[in-house]
Write a protein that binds this ligand. Structure first.
Ligand SMILES: NC(=O)c1ccc[n+]([C@@H]2O[C@H](COP(=O)([O-])OP(=O)(O)OC[C@H]3O[C@@H](n4cnc5c(N)ncnc54)[C@H](O)[C@@H]3O)[C@@H](O)[C@H]2O)c1
Ligand SMILES: O=C(O)[C@H](O)COP(=O)(O)O
Length: 527
């Protein structure tokens, strides 16, 4: 097993990989794009920080790649869409560097308020200028925090201790949470208009790109100081330079940039009232150990096929949700596998109904599992939880989920209803405590069969001798019947039979059974 590490990661984290048998940890930093394509070819896992550009080409070249671990928070250097499409899991270490980034933000704010870097430069150049570097206090000032997630929250706590008034803007900030932090929940407009200091702590998304642009700079309080220790591009750098030149903005402290490394001739480098650091927010010994250990542990779990956390391209579930969900995973996947063989062709729509105890709000996890079974039957190992929805999308399969609180017969039930060119099928399963997952309904007929082993399913006309004839074919093929379920709507009408058999039937026997007068459908199903 090969783990490729292409950015500087703490040694303590790398040691975690020793938990794996037969592991080769290959640390190769500063690779050229071509060297990276070569190095990834036989890697099972890739570990990066923000420096390595994990493009779609890199992901495609990683033919054995199962997981990309980001030792840090932001995954904007990883092509998530390409990873998801190829079923490569992306995990990060979301809280290992929170304090480091919050402290760096605070260091930037104090440095701006007291001109520390400029005064230092001045003094080192031989001067002793006590008048030039008079600063301002933080106490009594208003701080706008745009993005009240992990880092924004830690910055707010520290600002409160410094006696600042804190305005928080975040679509997910509840009044309760704001109150508990002593933060004034604010609109973006109000936060920007009122603040003496503005700090951004959002990810870089379509919505946050140039969140503060030239138009917004027209609405700031004159003399505002601005900090970006989140992501380059949240604040429009050109507009900032103009606002600094006009004196609308009194100072700016940036750790991250629209393009990194920052160009040697970038205008920000020439501004006096600007403090720049080269993306150092997470660069503390403690944070680097935290993120490296956190991400390495999760990679080990992924590679050992054990439950893991912090997947970026899978729904995130609480421990409680996971505990409720786990027993249903096998049933959901078996139903998907059953459906694939029953459908014999690509379904165009599928509705998955979860009833009673199976109606867990799981962010679509169980439906991904059904789809993993459905598509995995044909595409085998190519399909996993990460890309199952992509397979559905590419196959043009419309997927719908329904949750019902109470079942009519079973305390828990998962039902699939899917349409193919040949018609609509319906399939249900339940989980019994004692006997595990069972199929309890097939095309409208109640049955009860464990969802395992080899099954033979027929739809036929209800007339004497049918079961016997099928039994004879099986007997002639030396195939034992282990269990049998039959059902009919009315005497002489359509009937079904589901047999559990000891081994698969040869194709020619299935063809012979299909040719029996009165048999309308035969399916051999392996679960
Ligand atoms: N400089 C560094 O070295 C460094 C270190 C760590 C993290 N970061 C960056 O800091 C940022 C925040 O990290 P975090 O761990 O606090 O993330 P987080 O996910 O905990 O918080 C982000 C917050 O932004 C909010 N948000 C999203 N869109 C928004 C919008 N349009 N307007 C307002 N709020 C919005 C979210 O609701 C969330 O609460 C990320 O961009 C991360 O990559 C930088
Ligand atoms: O998103 C992050 O975690 C930070 O930007 C840190 O990036 P780094 O690991 O490259 O320092």
């Amino acid at each position: 097993m090969k783990i490729l590490v292409t950015d500087d990661i703490s040694q303590t984290g790398l040691e975690v990989f020793e938990e794996l048998d037969d592991v080769e940890v290959s640390v190769q930093t500063s690779l050229s794009p071509a060297e990276l394509l070569e190095a990834i070819a036989d890697a099972d896992a890739l570990v990066v920080r923000s420096q390595t550009n994990v493009t779609a080409d890199v992901i495609a070249a990683g033919r054995r790649l199962k997981v990309i671990g980001r030792a840090g928070v932001g995954v904007d250097n990883i092509d998530l869409e390409a990873a998801t499409k190829r079923g490569v899991l992306v995990i990060n270490a979301p809280d290992g560097n929170t304090i480091a980034a919050a402290e760096h933000t605070f260091a930037m704010m104090i440095s701006l308020a007291r001109h520390i870097p400029a005064a230092n430069r001045d003094l080192l150049s031989g001067k002793w200028n006590r008048k030039r570097w008079v600063g301002v206090e933080l106490r009594g000032k208003t701080l706008a925090i745009l993005g009240m997630g992990r880092i924004g929250t830690e910055v707010a706590k520290r600002a409160k201790v410094f006696g600042m008034q804190v305005l928080g803007y975040d679509p997910f900030l509840t009044q309760e949470r704001a109150d508990s932090l002593g933060v004034v929940k604010s609109t973006l407009e109000n936060a920007i208009a009122e603040a003496d200091f503005i700090t951004v702590h959002t990810p870089l998304t379509k919505e946050t790109h140039h969140l503060i642009d030239a138009a917004r700079f027209q609405t700031v309080k004159p003399g505002v100081r601005i900090i970006n220790c989140a992501r380059g591009g949240i604040i429009d750098e050109r507009a900032l330079c103009a606002a600094l030149q006009e004196g609308v903005v009194a100072g700016a402290a940036f750790d991250v940039f629209e393009s990194e490394p920052l160009d040697a001739d970038h205008p920000l480098r020439r501004m006096e009232n600007v403090i720049l650091t080269p993306h150092l927010g997470a660069s503390t010994i403690e944070a680097q150990e935290n993120v490296a250990i956190q991400v390495a542990h999760q990679i080990v779990r992924v590679l050992k096929d054990e439950p893991f956390e912090h997947a970026v391209n899978l729904p995130s579930l609480s421990q409680k949700q996971k505990e409720r969900l786990t027993p249903y995973l096998s049933l959901a996947e078996k139903l998907g596998v059953f459906a694939a063989q029953l459908a014999q062709g690509a379904p165009s729509t599928i509705t998955v109904t979860y009833t009673g105890d199976a109606a867990i709000p799981d962010g679509g996890y169980l439906t991904r599992t059904v789809l993993k079974g459905l598509f995995g039957f044909r595409y085998r190992d190519e399909v996993n939880y990460v890309n199952a929805l992509r397979f559905a999308e590419e196959a043009g399969l419309r997927v719908q989920e329904v949750r019902e609180s109470r079942g009519r017969v079973y305390t828990n039930e998962i039902s699939l209803s899917f349409t193919t060119e040949n018609g609509t099928h319906h399939l249900s399963g339940t989980l019994y405590h004692e006997s595990g997952p069972r199929i309890v309904e097939l095309d409208g007929y109640p049955i009860d069969m464990p969802s395992e082993g080899i099954l033979l399913f027929t739809r036929h006309t209800d007339k004497p001798g049918m079961i016997g004839r099928i039994g004879t074919y099986l007997g002639d093929a030396q195939v034992n019947i282990a269990g049998m379920q039959v059902g009919r709507r009315e005497s002489g009408g359509e009937a079904i039979m589901l047999l559990s058999i000891d081994r698969s039937l040869p194709d020619d026997v299935i063809k012979q059974i299909a040719g029996v007068d009165g048999i309308s459908m035969v399916r051999s199903i392996e679960l």
